[in-house]
Design a binder for this molecule. Structure first.
Ligand code: PLP
Ligand code: COI
Length: 341
């Protein structure tokens, strides 16, 4: 199979239309058999649930070319399970988890020419999503839904790749106690747009959200969880019911413990203790693990000892080990890698 003529090493995190995407429709209480389609546009009712009341959820995962030339994805079963949780919270029908994985596999197979080569630093980002497609005008769930998966080749999420970024403590909240912060619903991202645009305007790469009830505890950023490294090399990650349970973060905690022999802790992290950490990173499918060099908090700065030029040594080790597992250079724990072809 011939690869597309793309400048893989210079890709950013953007959308590029690829050849085929997967689509399945839910009507009269059942999902149809699903198919691949070349049609990249969607026609729905002007009164569709997604357009009126934001009834939409999504996932994000990547396909990689391994060192020995296979195409693989990373833990797609966990994305399937998380999407089921998201669907239940927004009163949407669950797309069966095995069918989710099958749809991802079909989409990757159909767009194999877009999977970036090994060593390019890029990957094929997969975006499964589902939305209410039938009309609703009273506030209630739609009766019909569409599930789709598209693929787009991507490079690093933050400009500069693995260079440390600067974030600020946000005055806007991302999620409420007992709200929807723990699911991957479009509405969580809609309400972060003003915060991210104003952060960018003020020269920051991302927002650090604190818990909205007490504003004393670290939650996450708009698109990634936090990992901190203590001065004695312990890995600490915030525990909260209102953050997205990141698959990357869960994987990195395992890597830290089982591959690197580090102590790991998932617990409440108070903002006051952040200044004492040695390293800070943002972890997620898009972010992988992106180092944070500086946090701006209303006129005060927290500068991590790892600086603004390169990532800290533990963050670097975590990143190398995780990407090594994803690209087939390091043996993966049982069940982490789904070989597609
Ligand atoms: N937190 C938020 C708000 C996200 O959007 C994402 C991205 O999916 C993550 C965390 C990281 O999750 P994952 O590692 O499963 O991609
Ligand atoms: C991902 O990492 O897959 C995400 O969905 C984050 C998004 C903000 C790009």
């Amino acid at each position: 199979m011939e690869k597309k003529n793309i400048d893989w090493s210079n890709l950013g995190f953007g959308y590029m239309k690829t050849d085929l995407r997967y689509v399945s429709n839910y009507k009269n209480g059942t999902w149809d058999e699903g198919t691949l389609t070349g049609e990249d546009t969607i026609t729905i009712s002007e009164c569709a649930g997604v357009l009126q009341y934001a009834q939409t959820i999504f996932e994000g995962l990547k396909a990689y070319t391994t060192k020995d030339g296979h195409i693989v994805t990373f833990r797609p079963d966990l994305n399937a399970a998380r999407m089921a949780d998201s669907a239940k919270r927004l009163e949407m029908p669950v797309f069966p988890e095995e069918r989710f994985v099958e749809a991802v596999v079909k989409t990757v197979e159909a767009n194999a020419a877009y999977v970036p080569p090994f060593g390019s630093g890029a990957s094929l980002y997969l975006r499964p999503y589902m939305f209410g497609s039938s009309p609703v005008i009273g506030v209630k769930p739609a009766e019909e839904y569409q599930f789709r998966v598209f693929a787009t080749p991507v490079g690093p999420y933050f400009k500069g790749g693995a260079k440390p970024i600067t974030i600020r403590v946000s005055d806007f909240d991302r999620a409420a106690p007992n709200g929807t912060g723990h699911i991957k619903a479009g509405l969580n991202y809609a309400m972060s747009l003003h915060a991210i645009v104003s952060a960018h305007e003020e020269g920051f790469d991302e927002n650090m959200y604190l818990d909205s009830k007490t504003r004393t505890k670290v939650e996450e950023t708009g698109g990634a969880n936090f990992l901190f490294v203590t001065k004695d090399n312990k890995i600490v990650t915030p525990k909260s019911d209102s953050i997205l349970p990141s698959i990357t973060r869960r994987s990195l905690m395992h890597v830290a413990k089982e591959y690197l022999g580090l102590e790991v802790e998932e617990r409440e992290v108070f903002f006051d203790e952040v200044k004492d950490f040695a390293e800070c990173g943002l972890c997620g499918t898009a972010a992988v693990i992106s180092p944070v060099g500086k946090i701006y908090d209303h006129g005060k700065e927290i500068c991590f000892p790892s600086g603004m030029e390169q990532m800290g040594p533990i963050t670097q080790k975590l990143r190398e080990t995780l990407t090594g597992i994803q690209m087939g250079e390091i043996e993966a724990p049982e069940g982490w890698i789904k070989v597609i072809k």
